[in-house]
Design a binder for this molecule. Structure first.
Ligand code: C5P
Length: 397
């Protein structure tokens, strides 16, 4: 990690990587130790930590680290560190190891807005991206001191998901620069009264993984999120909505710009016809509530799918199904794909401990002709990669 105040967030990132079973080596720059000292890193990682190439020379550490790593995550990456990486400078253990790296590299910048927007930094970022290094845009928000703007380090959970994209089914040649990806996620809530809703258990994790993947591959990404309690996915703009009607409006507003719409949200098919303006109360001990009359919500995916192909983005739907076997999953999935006019549809089995709220997923990526990909249990980032692998040809045409 580089020497930015956001280095403190990398302690949690390290913990998160460890918790998911990864072997993590910390390579700080000298200036990052001004913020988080080497004792912290040694205690947390359980390994010696150094900034120097000339420690343990007999082990040639930069060569070993560079050759053995499955992934380099540089977070936070300062303007200075990005400049050094762009120019191939190697004057400490981190920059030497990165030059040796044979694995994917994720760079997560964090700095003041002016430094991020400086043409020198932007040119260096472009150089790294042109070389296949994945540089995500920083978050927009509170910076050191009272300022706010682009330059904030994404939250550790968001960086972790982005890192998974570079590990589980990573697509090294995919480049989505210049593309706009619109993703919906979470579960809509339909008001019964001012304090009660009808909802579902969708966590938004799959949508977050898709948005993270889109951003890692360079797309401009917008997520329309229904009741998701996760930190913003890297490089993405998040629009929060509550109900299906609000989501339909937000999709309508954003659609014109999009090259792909991934409808990952669990949208309620029905809503209470006449939600109460005031809280429904038990007025007596033998109070019997009136039945809640429901009416249909619009089908957002089907409405977009009904447009002429030239007048809509590439369209990906999701179908969560409780099924007894794969044949049934294909039957239900293809039925939905055709009915809703989607180009692709991810059909996943749901049920007890499957999919909703979990960190893993599995399923079938279906196209009009049938199975495009059979995705065995993987992280939600792994499934996001399978989805973009299926879309890539149509996206580049
Ligand atoms: O019909 P079902 O709800 O199983 O279809 C799932 C797919 O349709 C998902 O992609 C979901 O986001 C989308 N959908 C929608 N509007 C609805 C219901 C579902 O866009 N009202």
């Amino acid at each position: 990690m580089g020497g930015g105040i956001a280095a403190y967030k990398s302690c949690e990132l390290l913990r998160r990587f460890q918790a998911s079973g990864h072997d993590v080596t910390v390579i700080p720059t000298k200036s990052s130790l001004e913020f988080i000292g080497s004792s912290t890193w040694e205690a947390l990682s359980g390994k010696p930590v150094t900034t120097e190439v000339f420690d343990s020379v007999h082990e040639v550490p930069h060569v070993k680290l560079g050759q053995e790593a499955d992934l380099f995550v540089i977070a936070p990456a300062t303007a200075n560190l990005i400049a050094k990486l762009a120019h191939g400078l190697a004057d400490d253990l981190l920059t030497n190891s990165v030059l040796m790296a044979q694995c994917p590299i994720l760079v997560v910048p964090a700095m003041h807005t002016e430094m991020w927007l400086n043409p020198a930094t932007q040119a260096n970022v472009q150089t790294l991206r042109d070389r296949g290094i994945r540089v995500v845009d920083p978050d927009v928000g509170r910076l050191t001191g009272p300022d706010s703007g682009p330059g904030r380090l994404p939250e550790p959970q968001a960086i972790e998901i982005a890192a998974q994209v570079l590990v589980d089914g990573y697509l090294p040649d995919l480049d989505l620069h210049g593309k706009r990806v619109l993703v919906t996620g979470g579960g809509t809530r339909e008001s019964i009264d001012p304090v009660r809703d009808i909802g579902n258990r969708s966590s938004g994790k799959q949508a977050w993984a898709i948005a993270s993947a889109a951003s890692v591959y360079g797309a401009k990404t917008t997520v329309i999120a229904a009741n998701v309690e996760l930190p913003s996915p890297v490089g993405s703009t998040v629009i929060n909505v509550k109900s299906a009607l609000e989501m339909a409006d937000a999709v309508d507003e954003q659609l014109g710009e999009a090259d792909v719409l991934v409808m990952c949200a669990a949208v309620a098919d029905f809503r209470p016809k006449a939600p109460a303006d005031v809280k429904i109360k038990k007025t007596s001990d033998d109070f019997v509530p009136a039945p809640i009359e429901l009416e249909r919500n619009p089908d957002i995916l089907a409405a977009v799918g009904a447009r002429p192909e030239a007048d809509r983005p590439l369209l990906v739907g999701f179908a969560a199904e409780t099924v007894t076997d794969e044949a049934q999953l294909i039957e239900y999935g293809l039925g939905k794909l055709t009915k809703k006019g989607a180009d692709f549809l991810v059909a996943n089995p749901v049920g007890k401990d499957q999919t909703f709220g979990e960190d893993s997923n599995s399923g079938l990526v279906l196209g009009p002709e049938g199975i495009v990909d059979r995705v065995e249990k993987t992280s939600k980032a792994g499934l996001a990669n399978a989805l973009f692998a299926a879309c890539r040809e149509k996206l580049s045409s």
